[in-house]
Design a protein around this ligand. Structure first.
Ligand SMILES: Nc1nc2c(ncn2[C@@H]2O[C@H](COP(=O)(O)OP(=O)(O)OP(=O)(O)O)[C@@H](O)[C@H]2O)c(=O)[nH]1
Ligand SMILES: [Mg+2]
Length: 232
């Protein structure tokens, strides 16, 4: 199974890859991690590191680009090494750049993603404090739906850093709707949309630093795998 970990800057993607890799290995799986972030050295043992081939800081100097331009150019260079960057194992965890759009809104990023063989799933990681109100909670689910649509992958919404804050529950969100008003109407419509996309896969809470929530991530990934009908 190939798991692509995406999410906003500093949402905890690399730490999640590090700790989930250890979790899978403890379970006896052949698990590997691939760093696809050309701007940051991995904090885990990477089987492949894109920075072997391209480093964003070098691209900035060489091409006189700012950070975002250099990141985009780095992804273009990285895509040339597709054969080296895509590997196989029971589980391969792909860590992606902090700036989500570099991966999701660039042709190079999506080309790379398309080369990763089935079965693949996305994990959209959002820090729980970003979803601290029902409105923000819904906005995170909507963002996950966008990720799923951009990548054409079944994608789990995973709330990270739950040792600091807990996201609201679906019940909290529904109670907020019950108050009525214009925003409630919009959110009610959004929920109906989300039920067709993210919610069947449900939201999951983890704390990578405390090692909590990985059982839930693991079983949700397996549910996705089985629901795709591929039991090989
Ligand atoms: N409290 C807490 N902090 C965490 C957790 N996971 C990550 N962090 C912290 O959040 C910060 C960012 O973590 P990273 O894993 O580098 O996040 P990232 O999404 O890979 O960051 P970029 O690649 O730069 O976008 C670090 O200081 C981590 O120690 C968690 O579960 N709990
Ligand atoms: Mg990272």
């Amino acid at each position: 199974m190939n798991v692509i970990v995406v999410g906003p800057a500093a949402s905890g993607k690399s730490t999640f890859v590090w700790k989930f890799l250890e979790y899978l290995r403890r379970k006896g799986y052949d698990a590997k991690a691939v760093n696809l972030d050309p701007a940051t050295p991995p904090c885990y043992e990477a089987a492949v590191d894109v920075r072997t081939y391209v480093r964003t800081e070098d691209v900035m100097t060489e091409y006189g680009l700012g950070i975002n331009g250099a990141l985009l150019k780095s992804m273009e260079f990285a895509a040339k090494y597709v054969n080296e960057l895509i590997i196989s194992a029971d589980f391969v965890l792909y860590d992606t750049p902090g700036q989500m759009e570099v991966f999701l809104y660039s042709k190079a990023g999506l080309d790379l993603l398309n080369e990763i063989p089935a079965f693949k799933a996305g994990v959209f990681l959002a820090a729980a404090d970003v979803a601290s109100t029902p409105e923000n909670f819904v906005s995170v689910l909507a963002q996950c739906a966008v990720v799923s649509l951009r990548t054409a992958l079944p994608t789990l919404t995973v709330f990270s850093k739950c040792d600091i804050t807990k996201p609201p529950t679906i019940q909290d969100v529904k109670e907020r709707f019950a108050e009525g008003g214009m925003l409630a109407e919009l959110m009610e419509k959004l929920l109906a949309f989300l039920e067709c996309t993210t919610l069947p896969y449900r939201t999951i809470e983890v704390s990578a630093t405390k090692g909590l929530g990985f059982d839930d991530v693991f079983s949700a990934l397996n549910e996705l795998f089985c629901s795709c009908g591929d039991l090989s």
